[in-house]
Design a protein around this ligand. Structure first.
Ligand code: UGA
Length: 442
C-alpha cells in the first residue's frame, strides 16, 4: 500500500501519463492509471511498457508488483478512488489545421467529474491552448455530482523523452496555476519530495501556467531554428557552424544548449506546439504576434529539403544507390518517430529511387508502421553493408562512437553525412572518409 494518504489517478497513460503514474508510485503514493485503451491498460497492468524510455520499465514493474500502481479503464473506479486526478491525455494537431485537438482533454475532464464521488482536485498536465483551464474548471463544476466539490489546477509538464523519469522526479521547476486557495497545498503535498530538494515552486494563475509551457517549447524551437538559419548562411558563404554555436553559446545569456545545427527538430511536442500556439494567438485576434513561429517552422522544414539535396549532390542520382540511414527516431534514447526529420528524409530518399537501409537501436518497428517499404535491419553493420552513402540522422551514442576505420571496411564508398554535427570530422577524414554536414559549404 501507499506510504502517503493522498490517492492519485492519472488519466491518459501515454508517454506523459505512464511516466507520471510510475513516478508518483515511486514517491510512495497509491496510483491508479486510467485509459480508454483496454489493450494498453492490460499491458501496463502486467508491468509491460509499450514505449522505450530509460528507467521506466523498472519503475513500472516494481510498482505493479508492489500493488501501489494499478491500471483500469473504469472512470467509476477512478472517481471513487482518487483525491487528485491528473489529466495527461494528448492534444494532437487537428487534421488539416494548426490548432490543438481538445477532444480527449474535454472528454476526460467530463468523465472524471461525473464519476467523482468525493471532493477532489483535477490537475491538468496536457499542453493546451491558453484559456482552456478556466473553461475546463467550469466544465468540471457543471458535471460534478450533487454535494461533490471539484477543485481545479494547471500543472504543466516539462519532461523530455529519454529523461522522462529523471525530469519527473527531479524537475527544474514546478509550476502550478489555480484560482483557489485550496489547490496549492494539495500539490505541495504531492510534490513534497521535489520541494524538499529546493525545486523552485511557482504558484500562479491559470493563464500564466498554461503559457509557461508553450513559451518554453516555442523558445527551444526558436533557438534551434536560429542556429539552423545561420547554417543556411555558412553553407553559402563558408564558415563553421559548430564553432559559431560554441562562441555565441559561451555568452551565458545565450547558452550553448539547443544550438546544435542539423536536420532540425521533430517529435510529438515542439512542431505541434508552435503551430498550436500560432493558431491560438490568431484566434485571440493577435494575427501577427506569433508569426515569427511560422518562420521557425519553415527554417526547420527547409533543413530536410537541404539534407535530401546534399544526398542527391553527393550521389549524382539517387536511382538504385545504396543509402544507409543510421537513426530514424526524432532524437536519441527514444523510439518515437512522430514528425521525425530523420524518418522523413529516409522516406524521401526512398521515394526518389534510392535503396534505403535503416537501422535504429529502438525505433525500427515504429518507423516500419509509418513507412513499411524501407529496408529495416537489426544491426548497424547490416545497414552500411556496401553503402554508397552513410547518413547519421539521429545521434545515438552508438553512432557517435563508431570507429571510422572499421566502418570503412564495410561500405562501397566512404562518404558520411553527419546530420547532427556531432562526429569528429578530423578523425573521419584521417580514416579516408569524405564527411559532409549541414552548416558547412560543400
Ligand atoms: C520537448 C521539451 O524539450 C521538453 O521540455 C517538453 O516537456 C517536451 O518537448 C514536451 O512538450 O512534452 P522532447 O520533445 O522530448 O522535449 O525533445 P527535445 O529534447 O526538446 O528535442 C526536440 C527536437 O529538437 C529533437 O528532434 C532534437 O533532435 C532537436 N534538437 C534539439 C535539435 O535539432 N538541436 C538541438 O540543439 C536540440
Amino acid at each position: 500500500g501507499g506510504l502517503v494518504s493522498l490517492k492519485l489517478t492519472v488519466i491518459g497513460t501515454g508517454y506523459l501519463g505512464a511516466t507520471h503514474a510510475a513516478s508518483m508510485a515511486e514517491l510512495g503514493f497509491d496510483v491508479l492509471g486510467v485509459d480508454v485503451d483496454k489493450e494498453k491498460i492490460d499491458a501496463l497492468g502486467r508491468g509491460e511498457l509499450p514505449i522505450h524510455e530509460p528507467g521506466l520499465p523498472e519503475l513500472l514493474r516494481k510498482h505493479t508488483e508492489s500493488g501501489r500502481l494499478r491500471f483500469t479503464t473504469s472512470f467509476e473506479e477512478a472517481g471513487a478512488f482518487g483525491d487528485v486526478h491528473f489529466i495527461a491525455v494528448g492534444t494532437p494537431q487537428r487534421a488539416g489545421e494548426h490548432a490543438a485537438d481538445m477532444t480527449y482533454v474535454d472528454a476526460s475532464v467530463t468523465a472524471i467529474a461525473r464519476a467523482a464521488t468525493k471532493d477532489s482536485l483535477i490537475v491538468g498536465k496536457s499542453t493546451v491552448p491558453v484559456g482552456s483551464a478556466r473553461r475546463l474548471k467550469a466544465l468540471a463544476a457543471q458535471e460534478a455530482r450533487e454535494g461533490v466539490t471539484i477543485d481545479f489546477a494547471w500543472n504543466p509538464e516539462f519532461l523530455r523523452e529519454g529523461y522522462a523519469v529523471e525530469d519527473t522526479l527531479r524537475p527544474d521547476r514546478l509550476v502550478i496555476g489555480s484560482d483557489s486557495a485550496t489547490a496549492e497545498p494539495v500539490l505541495r503535498e504531492v510534490y513534497a519530495q521535489a520541494i524538499s530538494m529546493n525545486t523552485p515552486f511557482i504558484s500562479t494563475d491559470f493563464e500564466t501556467a498554461e503559457l509557461v509551457k508553450v513559451a518554453a517549447n516555442a523558445f527551444l524551437a526558436t533557438k534551434i531554428s536560429f542556429i539552423n538559419a545561420f547554417s543556411e548562411v555558412t553553407e553559402t558563404v563558408g564558415g563553421d557552424i559548430r564553432t559559431l554555436a560554441d562562441a555565441i553559446g559561451l555568452d551565458s545569456r545565450i547558452g550553448r544548449r539547443f544550438l546544435n545545427a542539423g536536420i532540425g527538430f521533430g517529435g510529438g511536442c515542439l512542431p505541434k506546439d508552435i503551430r498550436a500556439l500560432q493558431a491560438r494567438v490568431s484566434e485571440l485576434g493577435l494575427d501577427s504576434t506569433m508569426r515569427f513561429l511560422n518562420e521557425v517552422d519553415e527554417v526547420n522544414l527547409r533543413r530536410r529539403d537541404r539534407t535530401v539535396y546534399v544526398a542527391e549532390t553527393l550521389l549524382g542520382n539517387l536511382e538504385g544507390k545504396r543509402v544507409a540511414v543510421l537513426g530514424v527516431a526524432f532524437k536519441p534514447n527514444s523510439d518515437d518517430v512522430r514528425d521525425s526529420p530523420a524518418l522523413d528524409v529516409a522516406a524521401r530518399l526512398f521515394n526518389s529511387g534510392a535503396d534505403v537501409s535503416v537501422y535504429d537501436p529502438a525505433a525500427n518497428s515504429n518507423a516500419a508502421k509509418r513507412y513499411p517499404r524501407l529496408n529495416y535491419v537489426d544491426a548497424l553493420t547490416d545497414a552500411v553493408n556496401e553503402a554508397d552513402l552513410v547518413m547519421m540522422l539521429t545521434e545515438w551514442s552508438e553512432f557517435v562512437r563508431i570507429d571510422p576505420a572499421e566502418l570503412a571496411e564495410l561500405v562501397a564508398h566512404k562518404v558520411m553525412f553527419d546530420g547532427r554535427n556531432v562526429l569528429d570530422h578530423r578523425t573521419w577524414k584521417d580514416a579516408g572518409w569524405d564527411i559532409v554536414s549541414l552548416g558547412h559549404k560543400s
